[in-house]
Design a protein around this ligand. Structure first.
Ligand code: GLA
Length: 660
């Protein structure tokens, strides 16, 4: 079954609306509702006093209506009484400002009182609903990602550092060494002197900041694990997860988190309305699938339509929501779940789109939702099937954190821009792309792209060497491998740990000014970044044509063992990057699953399962295309011959083997 439904918040509504909700859910073929995400003050109206009557009734009602429940723990929104009783658990910013309640996420996850209260309420819920027939899954907390700089955070940070470096004096010496505290006389003589990177006079220490980011990912993970384990003990067999958000400012190392959840679930809101939305969906989907080790994953929350919020309006044209929902499924999702079922009448997100808008059920949006519900019902055989990729891009949260640590490198250096460009190049060439951590198993891929992976350990680099020796093809781009795990530079020329693999030695950085373009002899150009490098043991593929680096190598290629490795020392324009990726795909002997029908028609995806294989065709373009292959189309519910027309905004999900 493909899960279809969304966040359901009956505490915002009255009885007649609850009755209408179940009738409309039935009409739209909703089979799943996420309940209780922010309901702490309803479940525990005062400390230690619990009220489950409304939640009991909700679960009963949904169960009778055939709707399964993903039950949330409400710990992302502590009640106001909690803040008054435990003011030390309110979060503090880097500048020392203590925040107050009145929104959500007003807690420090390192504060003992918060952690205890969170596990307590999660435990109560698990005890109450263990064995309930509606309970299908647990949704712990909501979008973990809140950091804090308070004294509790400082103490927890020190413990985490002591675990990493060793608690005794040699550990502190090691920390001093790793953070390079000899610079600006920052040497720590006692553990108590070590603080979070709070607001300070001038630039913060980037290695301290990097460790603080790692610490928070791990501290939040332990907060999740506290709840998960309490729940698992009481409801064994019910999967437990939390919803990951792919934000601009990442807080979690999702590789670690992916291993801690029973199924990876993401919230995703593309910021673009054109076919750029597909690029964002494809990247998020490929990452979610990879985080879930290739197994089907879940979209826990997406928007039902146009969303008006303080940080901007994201338009969705009519029909787009179905196409987007199918795109996630094409990339391996087994759900289309939305935030939220019914648009709130009040509150900070009252103009966020919902499955049932303020205008009610007699609306385009609800009709589209009903359409999606029916489509997913027709497609249920797809659930559980998987996808195979020959290409992978290295994705690294530490590199993201460290590259964007304020003022270390130019502010235009955005890690995700580099990953996005490479992912788009692979996708446009008609290939499915996985993501892998830098020290992950590369052996199953024919081509691996190391996209500006700034932080690289010696071990990870060694695995990359081996991968190429054994016949893999690899593209490495600018700024990769410049620093090691601690954030300190590898000496002797960048990228120290990859120099021998790539056969290059980078002597000097030449950052380019915003808007500055450097043409290459072989066509296309670079921007943002360039490097003075020597090809010590590599062929020069292309050179800079003008500027300070005129005549110097820009792109190199080295054959090593049975494989080969390219190095790109600038941010290539899209056309040139796409060309290079296509060359590398050809060298690696990777063929697309199906021929592309133009840049806006996405058809690379084929989910395979025991029951067959399904080709997804998604037309994000403005013109009609003809499908090259035929089969049973689950959306049209009939056999379609090759050559059938797919209009703009239309989709087909074609079962490829035996007709039904
Ligand atoms: C995420 C959150 C929801 C809501 C939406 C708004 O999905 O989990 O609570 O804030 O974003 O887009």
């Amino acid at each position: 079954m493909l899960l279809f439904g969304g966040d359901y918040n009956p505490e915002q509504w009255d009885e007649p609306t609850w009755a209408e909700d179940v009738a409309l859910m039935h009409e739209a073929r909703v089979n799943t509702a996420t309940v209780g995400v922010f309901s702490w003050s309803w479940i525990e109206p005062s400390e230690g006093r619990y009220r489950f009557d409304w939640l009991d009734a909700t679960l009963e009602r949904l169960h009778r209506a055939g709707v399964s429940v993903i039950l949330a723990t409400p710990t992302a929104s502590p009640p106001p009484w909690f803040s008054l009783a435990h003011p030390d658990a309110l979060p503090v910013r880097a500048d020392g400002t203590r925040l107050v309640h009145g929104s959500r996420d007003t807690y420090c996850a390192a504060a003992p009182s918060y952690r205890q209260a969170a596990v307590r309420v999660a435990t109560k819920l698990a005890e109450r609903y263990a064995g309930h027939p509606a309970l299908a899954m647990w949704h712990v907390h909501n979008e973990y990602g809140t950091r804090c700089w308070c004294d509790h955070a400082a103490a927890a940070f020190r413990s985490w550092l002591q675990q990493r470096y060793g608690a005794a004096q040699p550990g502190l010496d090691e920390l001093n060494q790793a953070w390079g505290t000899a610079f600006w006389g920052q040497r720590y003589g006692d553990w108590e002197e070590v603080l979070p990177p709070r607001a300070t006079q001038w630039l913060a220490n980037p290695s301290q900041t990097l460790d603080f980011q790692r610490f928070w990912s791990s501290e939040l993970l332990s907060a999740y694990v506290d709840q998960r384990d309490a729940i698992r003990a009481r409801t064994p067999g019910i999967p437990v997860t939390t919803n990951f958000m792919l934000p601009d400012d990442p807080v979690l190392d999702l590789w670690e988190w992916g291993r801690a959840v029973d199924v990876v679930a993401i919230d995703h809101y593309p910021s673009s309305r054109d076919s750029g939305a597909y690029d964002q969906i494809a990247l998020a989907g490929d990452l979610a699938r990879s985080l879930n080790q290739g197994r089907p994953w879940l979209v826990m929350e997406q928007a039902a339509s146009t969303t008006v919020e303080d940080h901007g309006t994201v338009h969705r044209p009519p029909g787009r929501t179905l196409l987007d929902a199918l795109a996630y499924i094409a990339h391996g999702s087994d759900s289309a779940l939305f935030f939220q079922w019914r648009a709130s009448r009040a509150g900070a997100e009252m103009f966020h789109s919902a499955m049932v808008p303020h205008a009610g059920a007699d609306t385009r949006i609800f009709r589209e939702m009903t359409n999606i519900g029916h489509a997913l019902e027709e497609m249920s055989e797809v659930s559980g099937s998987t996808l195979d990729a020959d290409v992978a891009i290295v994705f690294d949260f530490a590199s993201w954190w460290a590259l964007e640590a304020r003022r270390v490198l130019p502010a235009q250096m955005r890690y995700l821009d580099s990953v996005r460009a490479d992912h788009r190049a692979v996708t446009l060439a008609g290939h499915l792309c996985d993501f892998v951590p830098p020290d992950g198993d590369l052996s199953r891929y024919k081509l691996v792209i190391v996209s500006s992976t700034y932080v690289l350990s010696g071990d990870a680099a060694q695995k990359m060497h081996q991968y190429v020796q054994d016949g893999g093809c690899m593209i490495v781009s600018y700024l990769s491998g410049v620093v090691g795990s601690s954030g300190a530079v590898g000496l002797g020329g960048y990228p120290a740990v990859l120099r021998s693999l790539l056969g290059v030695r980078v002597e000097e950085f030449h950052p380019l000014s915003p808007g500055q373009i450097v043409p290459l002899f072989g066509g296309g150009s670079g921007s943002l970044w360039s490097e003075r490098l020597t090809a010590t043991d590599a062929d020069i593929v292309d050179r800079y044509a003008t500027g300070d680096l005129a005549g110097n190598p820009a792109i190199t290629r080295r054959s090593a063992g049975k494989g080969c490795a390219w190095y790109i020392s600038t941010r290539l324009c899209d056309e040139r990057n796409e060309l290079l990726v296509r060359d590398a795909l050809a060298a690696a002997g990777v063929r697309p699953v199906v021929a592309k029908l133009g840049p806006a028609v996405h058809s690379l995806l084929r989910r395979d399962g025991a029951g067959g294989s399904w080709q997804f065709w998604l037309n994000y373009g403005a013109t009609s295309v003809r499908l090259p292959a035929g089969g049973y189309d689950l959306l049209r519910r009939r056999l379609v011959p090759p050559g059938v027309e797919l209009g703009p905004g239309e989709a087909a999900v074609v079962r490829q083997d035996a007709a039904r």
